[in-house]
Design a protein around this ligand. Structure first.
Ligand SMILES: CC(C)(COP(=O)(O)OP(=O)(O)OC[C@H]1O[C@@H](n2cnc3c(N)ncnc32)[C@H](O)[C@@H]1O)[C@@H](O)C(=O)NCCC(=O)NCCS
Ligand SMILES: Nc1ncnc2c1ncn2[C@@H]1O[C@H](COP(=O)(O)OP(=O)(O)OP(=O)(O)O)[C@@H](O)[C@H]1O
Length: 285
């Protein structure tokens, strides 16, 4: 055996690494409209890039434990769903302890947690559609121990009848499968550059998502501005074109004026990057 043979990471460690990488890549991606990025804190007075990084790293143990639970329990059923719920809530505590009470990644723990578990359940079956289907089947199970707080998402669901993070997962992440990933691949095929392709994927998600962060902060007017503005950037040629960049700057200004931060879309971009990483890795993990 070669003395310098590289060790493959255990599956759970590998998946936790990729989930954290996806969160850091999402946070670093710039210029994102009204979100925390390398330029600043967007529409968030209580967030900054360092906090997003620290928060992402604090979630590594939770993602690893979610993968381990999926490997140990091995099937999509209530014991795994409830283990994920418990680990997810512990992850939220770790996040809040790191950020001193600021919600940096609540939606991301939910989406990426389900996807990490879905990937760990069957390391051979790695297509986006297979992963999101397993994640959806997990999300459809009812965690009997989940608290029912009147979250911002629950409040706008009551007020506007909007579908939020829970429903997006239960439907198999249509925003990722039908908008984010196809746009990511399309912009890559057009050689727009990786950062522009990722921005375009975020914008594609923003064209149609019922983002409860935006609805809570800026109502239907804010959501409409996000949908229209993101579509206008893509129609103008996307982030790689001069006309698209001008539209992106206008969208940034408009969302900032409305205090409308698309946090749900940002979480789903991270989900998109995680799935893309898994799909594109050769052979076993
Ligand atoms: C389902 C969750 C997201 C709660 O959703 P709810 O809408 O009630 O909460 P909240 O207003 O805090 O929003 C959560 C976040 O989701 C993101 N989000 C907003 N809109 C959307 C959307 N349409 N699609 C996807 N994500 C969205 C945003 O980042 C937002 O901050 C989740 O926190 C939860 O129930 N956790 C319990 C622990 C658990 O079961 N964990 C399992 C880990 S796999
Ligand atoms: N780069 C990012 N910048 C800002 N938010 C992000 C980013 N990436 C993900 N998010 C998501 O956005 C959410 C933060 O949104 P928001 O601040 O509206 O939530 P909140 O704390 O529930 O509400 P509020 O700040 O209005 O009281 C987080 O749950 C996080 O998952």
């Amino acid at each position: 055996m070669h003395a310098f043979k590289l060790h493959r990471l255990p599956l759970a460690d590998q998946l936790a690494d990729w989930a954290v990488d996806a969160l850091i890549d999402e946070a670093d991606l710039s210029p994102k409209p009204a979100l925390v990025d390398r330029r600043g804190n967007g529409a968030h007075s209580d967030l900054h890039l360092g906090l997003m990084h620290a928060s992402a790293l604090s979630l590594w143990p939770a993602f690893k434990q979610m993968a381990e639970a999926a490997i140990d329990l091995g099937e999509i059923a209530l014991p795994l769903r409830e283990a994920l719920g418990r680990i997810g809530r512990e992850g939220e505590h770790a996040m809040l302890a790191t950020t001193q009470g600021v919600n940096t990644h609540r939606g991301a723990i939910w989406a990426l947690g389900l996807l990490v578990a879905a990937a760990a359940l069957d390391a051979q079956s790695r297509s986006a559609s297979a992963l999101t289907l397993r994640a959806a089947r997990l999300a459809l199970l009812n965690d009997r121990h989940a608290p029912q707080p009147l979250s911002h998402g629950a409040q706008v669901a009551q007020r506007y009848g909007a579908r939020g993070a829970r429903e997006e997962a239960q439907l198999g992440f249509p925003a990722v499968l039908q908008y984010g990933l196809p746009q990511l691949k399309k912009s890559r095929r057009q050689h727009h550059g990786e950062q522009n392709a990722r921005l375009d994927a975020l914008l594609a998600i923003m064209t149609q998502l019922a983002d409860t962060c935006v609805l809570y902060r800026a109502g239907p007017e804010g959501l409409h501005a996000m949908h229209q503005g993101a579509q206008a950037v893509l129609d103008a040629g996307g982030s790689a074109s001069l006309a698209g960049r001008r539209r992106l700057n206008e969208l940034d200004q408009q969302l900032l004026a409305l205090n409308a931060s698309p946090g749900g879309a940002a979480d789903l971009l991270a989900a998109c990057l995680f799935i893309d990483r898994i799909e594109s890795c050769d052979g076993a993990f």
